[in-house]
Design a protein around this ligand. Sequence first.
Ligand SMILES: O=C(O)c1ccccc1N[C@@H]1O[C@H](COP(=O)(O)O)[C@@H](O)[C@H]1O
Length: 208
Amino acid sequence: MNRTRIKICGLTREADVDAAVAAGADAIGLVFYDKSPRAVTVARAAELARRLPPFVTPVGLFVNAQPQLIQEAVLAIPQLTLQFHGDEDEAACTRWQRPYLRAARVREGFDLLDFAAQFSSAQAILLDAFVDGYGGGGKVFDWSLLPPSVPSPVVLSGGLSAANVTDGVRRLRPWAVDVSSGVEEAKGLKNAALMQAFCAAVRLADAG
Ligand SMILES: O=C(O)c1ccccc1N[C@@H]1O[C@H](COP(=O)(O)O)[C@@H](O)[C@H]1O
């Protein structure tokens, strides 16, 4: 059975980290983008990351960040994987010598194969909907814009929730899924029951 990895993004509270881990998250996202309602400081992110058990990965999300901020984050959180969600080129992504995800903002005309070729050093391409403000908008993109067989590995995101993730995983068979808005009770505040339901819906797709 394929086991789709699960990332839950935009955590700001200890209780949400614990609940995400209990629900079965493989990774948690820490947003270092000061225009986001989910933004955390490096010090706060390091506190949250210290709660993680082995084999659950903290992922730092950056949008056109100053190098100084990324430097501080990778120093403070040794196991941090990076997620670039802005207009960063490949050189900006690779200079930290850390595993990274490169987000693509999908809309009409998007060419996944071309994008993946530009970021061949990425661990995975993360597919999000094109929204004003770069991401985390809870918007689903048109999955039919993707090629019938997506090159592995991709992370499916953009407006996912327990209501649609089973269908998304069955249709696209991504390596992983990433959710933020769909498991929140308010911006930046996750809900334990919604995270449980989301993870269960992913496992339902994995089962058949
Ligand atoms: O979470 C944010 O505030 C955010 C800000 C800027 C760029 C990306 C952001 N989040 C990422 O957006 C996608 C989709 O999120 P959603 O489930 O549609 O809310 C996800 O990868 C988040 O990590």
